[in-house]
Write a protein that binds this ligand. Structure first.
Ligand code: PMP
Length: 398
């Protein structure tokens, strides 16, 4: 047959998240706590900069790697915020969303048969990305008992010592878990010992929150630590970040990769043929976002944190245990003990009976079974109403 999808495409199913949205979209009374994007609008200064760039006719391609001015601004920003030192000339690649950067990295560094270890539950694009690149996935489940932080025990148990690459995503989608410097150090030692490379998706790096309880093992700090800042890690790590989450710019499609110059050149080899350059208008918005929107980001982070505390305390009241998620904009409660079924059935029942959309945790890979991903990137009034409906659903089925 003509246009027969390739075996790689056939090996990957449709997104489990989309399926829930399609049901949710058929009704107009649904409150969605299912989406992974900010409910805030892009800060005005960034929007104005995009509009001004259009008015000035800035609608051509940029350099393949992105506008030099933007790369310099990214270089300054990641250094100041996270202590990541990357040269804007040859160690930064501006991409069409972090998504493109993730896809490029799999295609640039995975040969057929290479093993890619993925700490799970995790963002849904990694596994398909590995398969599209011809690699093999080694799932490394994390556990609620460890607050969904990755441990060396988990890496060893999953056989990750034999992997070529390790994919990390902290702060994590879907669990909201964060990894402190102390948590990352043994992981970095394992990576060096077994000579792995790391792809570290840090798109939620700005969205970290103080813990409610005193957690000395978290260093008492809500500041994000990148694994690339640990000894011996820079030369073997690619960091992904972007403007979708912290700057509420999902539709503008702008992200970037940081890495050693040879690795960035390898990714750019694919990018220059496949994409030419990231969207120009979005690059102007991003430049302004870095130059003048730090206060907008801080405001959004403060609001996410208030919602996070509210949602965590309500889930505990309802009898759905929930570990202290301290990053991104997700919590990851367990379905209640009284529920006689899977998390998938709970999510379907909740959607049909109460019109609240959440995503079952197993969509995100091993370790997510029995949990739900609940996004609090939604206004507080909707959160209040959604939690009331969840409480009623739980009571009705007790
Ligand atoms: N990584 C993670 C962990 C995400 O949650 C998302 C968005 N849901 C992305 C990457 C994709 O981001 P972008 O919009 O920059 O492509």
């Amino acid at each position: 047959m003509s246009l027969e999808p390739s075996q790689r495409v056939q090996a990957v199913g449709p997104s489990g998240i989309r399926r829930f949205f399609e049901i949710a979209e058929e009704r107009d009374d649904v409150i969605s706590l299912g989406v992974g994007e900010p409910d805030f609008s892009t800060p005005w200064a960034a929007r104005d900069a995009a509009i001004a760039s259009l008015e000035r006719g800035k609608t051509s391609y940029t350099a393949n790697r992105g506008m030099r001015e933007l790369r310099q601004a990214i270089s300054g920003y990641v250094d100041e915020r996270f202590g990541l030192e990357y040269d804007g000339d040859d160690e930064i690649l501006v991409t069409a969303g972090a998504s493109e950067a993730v896809d490029l990295a799999f295609r640039a560094f995975v040969d057929p048969g290479d093993i890619v270890a993925i700490a799970q539950p995790s963002y849904i694009s990694y596994e398909p990305g590995v398969i599209f690149a011809g690699g093999e996935v080694c799932s490394v489940p994390t556990r609620e008992a460890d607050d969904f932080r990755l441990t060396v025990d988990a890496l060893e148990a999953a056989g990750a010592a034999d992997a070529d690459l390790l994919v990390l995503c902290y702060p994590n989608n879907p669990t909201g878990a964060v990894m402190s410097k102390a948590d990352l150090e043994p992981i970095a030692a394992f990576v060096r010992e077994h000579d792995l490379s790391v792809l570290s998706d840090e798109i939620y790096a700005e969205l970290t929150y103080g813990n409610e309880t005193d957690r000395p093992d978290h260093g008492g700090s809500a500041i994000h630590t990148s694994i690339a800042t640990l000894p011996g890690m820079r030369e073997r790590t690619i960091v992904f970040n972007g403007f979708s989450k912290a700057h509420a710019m999902t539709g503008l499609r702008l992200g970037y990769a940081l890495g050693p110059s040879d690795a960035i050149a390898a990714m750019n080899r694919i990018h220059q043929y496949g994409m030419l350059s990231a969207p120009t208008t979005a690059q102007y918005a991003a430049l302004e976002a870095l130059e003048s929107c730090a206060n907008d980001v801080a405001d959004m982070v403060a609001q996410y944190d208030r919602r996070r505390r509210f949602v965590l305390s309500r889930f505990r009241e309802i009898g759905m245990p929930c570990f202290e998620a301290a990053g991104a904009f997700y919590v990851f409660p367990k379905v209640p003990d009284s529920w006689d079924g899977t998390a998938n059935e709970f999510a379907e029942g909740l959607l049909h009976e109460e019109g609240v959309a959440v995503v079952p945790g197993d969509v995100f890979g091993s370790g997510g079974e029995g949990h739900l991903r609940v996004s609090y990137a939604t206004g507080i009034e909707d959160l209040r109403e959604a939690l009331a409906r969840i409480e009623r659903f739980v009571t009705d089925h007790a």
